[in-house]
Every structure is written in structure tokens, then in C-alpha cells.
Write a protein that binds this ligand. Structure first.
Ligand code: ADP
Length: 215
């Protein structure tokens, strides 16, 4: 089962993708995490994408699509995948469909986690992630047991540089201006399910699992 989660920054899609992945035993493939990992390891890709990410701009499609398709070709993705943060443009969606078609696969289900913009800004201002594995916390709504430390792996928590200042507004503008067009793309394919993301993590997770299990 290949599932895509679409949602604005702060919609909770990374958290939901993580939970779904462990519940279903599928890999969680996040384009943002792959880029951050490449930057931390200072690979050629990491050096190329840094300036885009710091400004909150999209990384060019050719780099992004190539990175994701090579990740999807790895053996752990054979049984399916939970995609988070990719695709983000209609061109990426088309490239993904073409890439999957070549290997006899397809996207089965696309969720849109809908959350109002004011709520997104409130959530982003409190968001912290862990250095080791990008586990997500929120100092207002979902704090770690020990301040500044990840409950799961003990690594330090930090605020993403693109979660502050102008980069946040820029990312939300791109989402509501551009990524939102993907909803029509998948609606026309009959794959889109819109979920109200303005509920608790547990409630949203239950809704997603009910839809997946009902398929
Ligand atoms: P968020 O969804 O909160 O913006 P991500 O971790 O998914 O966070 O992405 C962080 C940054 O990584 C984006 O602002 C962008 O620079 C880059 N990025 C991630 N996914 C894509 C994508 N599919 N296409 C282009 N750039 C991307």
C-alpha cells in the first residue's frame, strides 16, 4: 500500500506518518528528513539544497524527484510506503506516478490533513524536533517528559531554523498557493480523502487507520 500524506507545515502530517508507519510496518519516507540528513552529512545533495531550505523555498523538482525515486527503489519499500512532504507540486506528482508506473506500482491513497492557517502558526511556533531521529514535540501541546530531551532516543531537541521568522510564512504561502493544487490532481484520480486535522493526534490517527483498513 503506497500512501501519501498532504498537509501544511504544522498540520501534523509528520507525526501521523510516523505513527502510521509503525502501525502498518511500512517505511516513513519524508523528503524534508532526507534533505536534513543530507545536509547533516554534508553530501553533495545536502550542500545543494541548504540555501533553499534555509529560505523556506522548495528545492528544485529534478533534485527532489531523483532523491525520492531512488529511496523508493530500496528493498524496504517493496511492500509499500508512507510518503510525507512529497509530492508538493503537480509536476512532482506526475513524475512520481510515472516513476511508479515503470516498476508496476501506483499510489493507492492520498490523505489531506486539513488545518486552519491560524492554528498552523500557533503549532509551528512551539515545535521542537530531536537531533537524532526528528521526533516531533510541541512545548505547548505535546512537551517531552524532560525539557529539551527526546523521550524516545534521549537526543537534544532543537527548533528548526525554518520554523521561525519569514521562512514560516513563505512555506505556508507555498503550501496554500502551490501544493494545494495537488488536491485536484488526486481528487480527479479518485484517491483523495480529506481528514479534519484539527483534532487530537490519537483521533486523527484513528480516522486514518479506519480509512486504510476499510480499503
Ligand atoms: P515542512 O513540511 O514543515 O515545510 P519538511 O521537513 O517537509 O517541512 O520540508 C522542509 C523543507 O525541505 C522545505 O521547506 C523545502 O525546502 C524542502 N522540501 C521538502 N520536501 C520537498 C519537496 N517535495 N519539494 C521541494 N522541496 C522540498
Amino acid at each position: 500500500m503506497n500512501v501519501i500524506l498532504i498537509g501544511a507545515q504544522g498540520s501534523g502530517k509528520g507525526t501521523q506518518a510516523d505513527l502510521l508507519a509503525s502501525e502498518l510496518g511500512l517505511p516513513h519516507v519524508s523528503s524534508g528528513d532526507l534533505f536534513r540528513q543530507a545536509m547533516a552529512e554534508k553530501t553533495e545533495l545536502g550542500l545543494k539544497v541548504k540555501s533553499y531550505m534555509d529560505r523556506g523555498e522548495l528545492v528544485p523538482d529534478d533534485l527532489t524527484v531523483a532523491m525520492i525515486l531512488s529511496r523508493l527503489a530500496m528493498p524496504d519499500c517493496t511492500g509499500g510506503v508512507i510518503l510525507d512532504g512529497f509530492p508538493r507540486t503537480v509536476a512532482q506528482g506526475q513524475a512520481l506516478d510515472e516513476g511508479l508506473q515503470k516498476v508496476g506500482k501506483q499510489i493507492d491513497l492520498v490523505f489531506y490533513l486539513e488545518v486552519p492557517r491560524e492554528e498552523l502558526l500557533a503549532r509551528l511556533s512551539g515545535r521542537y524536533i530531536c537531533r537524532a531521529n526528528q521526533h516531533v514535540y510541541n512545548i505547548n501541546t505535546r512537551p517531552p517528559k524532560t525539557p529539551g530531551v527526546c523521550d524516545i532516543d534521549g537526543s537534544p531537541l532543537y527548533q528548526r531554523p525554518d520554523d521561525t521568522g519569514e521562512a514560516v510564512q513563505r512555506r505556508l504561502d507555498i503550501f496554500f498557493g502551490e501544493t494545494i493544487q495537488l488536491l485536484d490532481y488526486y481528487r480527479e484520480q479518485g484517491k483523495l480523502v480529506t481528514v479534519d486535522g484539527n483534532h487530537s493526534i490519537e483521533q486523527v490517527q484513528k480516522t486514518l487507520l479506519d480509512v486504510i483498513r476499510g480499503k
